[in-house]
Design a protein around this ligand. Structure first.
Ligand SMILES: *Cc1c(COP(=O)(O)O)cnc(C)c1O
Length: 425
């Protein structure tokens, strides 16, 4: 029974970024609770990935479960065209409260990539509405990741991303060099020289800058100096360019601040959130912007409508769970939790840099990364991790974790122990 189900999966179902001919093994999870994944057959794994940054409050969180059940008993879904509902209103209020003060107009999207598309559309429509059609290009920094839809792909890292595959279908954007200074480095003024030159040269074509603040996630798990972000904010102001902050991975406390933009004390014109928004229960994202951007778009052609409206926009079930997840965030325990995780990661991961196999060990907020010299053989590594009772999913040369905020010190030790085991062998 089991073998044939796994075999069916292998033959018929695509998993993320895998080949149908030579797929990596997929493990069957039966259930999950708190920070533990229960595999079919009885193995229990401490989850180091939070299901890709999302499950911050743990699996089967009693409060999120209760809200989901309660909402199902009312309605799981209703269209958002011409209709509104309490969960969407509650969620928007929470988002406006938690995000920087100037962000007060909310588009509820159905996934991170879609929220990025919406953010870019907002920026383009903002300039269209002012008849500045020449402002249609995007500037970003190398090493980024913004999603898998086409416009989002166009601003992913040009080498790590999928540009080479789809080069004919992807428009070319402007890529500034990836920041070289980390948050621990001393800021040097010349680090911003290229950015200054590019704004000078290209500002008349630029609709927006899009970037991940401070932490570049799926593009390479790198942390950069907040002064870059501050500089880019200032350049955007000086040269009339919008700033889009993609906080889909960093939002809601992961970096030690509620939003990574706070490390540089800046407010973007447009903000994308996703991933942890529903505490990892279901897919949902949002794009927030300022009154000025929203109202300028509103004066544009075609009656000023923002031209986006997915079928499942504002899904009540997802909105209800997200509103409760943000209620938990608003209570503030995340701060101590993330602080404790960071402290333990620094203590247990940073010394692993001494191993020959490790190029660099780095920690920022509740994110721990070992960058190895050699590419990691995922199938082999994963098998070993499962023997050690942990779920860690490496990519490329990166072995990294971003555990649920509710992880215990003991569980976290299990994760860092497994990383040490890999580094040693
Ligand atoms: C995951 C991610 C996205 C894409 O979100 P999806 O929900 O997978 O579409 C975009 N930007 C960043 C920074 C992300 O981490």
């Amino acid at each position: 029974m089991t073998t044939s189900d796994i075999e069916f999966d292998r033959q018929h179902i695509w998993h993320p970024y895998t080949s149908m001919l030579t797929p990596l093994p997929a493990y069957k999870v039966e259930s999950a609770k708190d920070c533990t994944l229960n595999l079919e057959g009885g193995s229990q794994l401490v989850d180091g990935m939070s299901s890709w940054w999302a499950v911050i409050h743990g699996y089967r969180n009693p409060r999120l479960d209760a809200v989901a059940h309660n909402q199902i008993d009312k309605m799981s879904h209703v269209m958002f065209g011409g209709i509104t509902h309490q969960p969407a209103i509650d969620l928007a209020k929470r988002l406006i409260d938690l995000t920087p003060a100037a962000l007060e107009r909310v588009f509820i999207a159905d996934s991170g990539s879609v929220s990025v598309e919406v953010a870019i559309k907002m920026a383009l429509q903002f300039w269209l509405a002012q008849e500045r059609t020449e402002k249609h290009r995007l500037l970003t920094i190398k090493g980024g990741y913004h999603g898998d839809t086409f416009k989002a792909m166009s601003v992913c890292d040009p080498v790590n991303g999928m540009h080479h595959l789809f080069s004919k279908a992807i428009n070319s954007q402007l890529f500034a060099d990836a920041p070289t200074l980390t948050p621990d480095d001393e800021w040097t003024e010349d680090a911003g020289d290229q950015l200054k030159r590019w704004f000078e040269q290209f500002h008349s074509e630029l609709a927006a800058v899009i970037l991940e603040p401070i932490v570049q996630g799926a593009g390479g798990m790198r942390f950069y100096h907040p002064a870059y972000l501050k500089l880019i904010r200032n350049l955007c102001n000086d040269y009339d360019v919008l700033l889009i902050a993609d906080e889909i991975a960093t939002g809601f406390g992961r970096t030690g601040k509620l939003f990574a933009c706070e490390h540089a004390d800046i407010t973007p014109d447009i903000l994308c959130v996703g991933k942890a928004l529903t505490g990892g229960y279901m897919t949902l994202a949002a794009t927030l912007t300022t009154k000025n951007v929203a109202e300028t778009i509103g004066q544009g052609p075609g009656g000023g409508a923002l031209m986006h409206g997915p079928t499942f926009m504002g899904n009540p079930l997802a909105c209800a769970v997200a509103a409760e997840s943000l209620a938990i965030i608003a209570e503030g325990h995340w701060q101590q939790q993330v602080h404790n995780i960071e402290k333990q990661l620094r203590k247990e991961l940073l010394p692993l840099a001494q191993y020959e196999s490790v190029k660099e060990a780095r920690v920022f907020g509740a994110i721990g990364v070992l960058e190895m010299h050699e590419p990691i053989k995922v199938a082999e590594a994963q098998k070993r991790f499962i023997e050690l009772g942990v779920w860690i999913r490496p990519f490329g040369r990166l072995l990294y974790i971003m555990p649920p905020y509710v992880i215990t010190a003991e569980e976290l030790r299990q994760l860092t122990y497994a990383m040490k085991d890999y580094a040693e062998n």
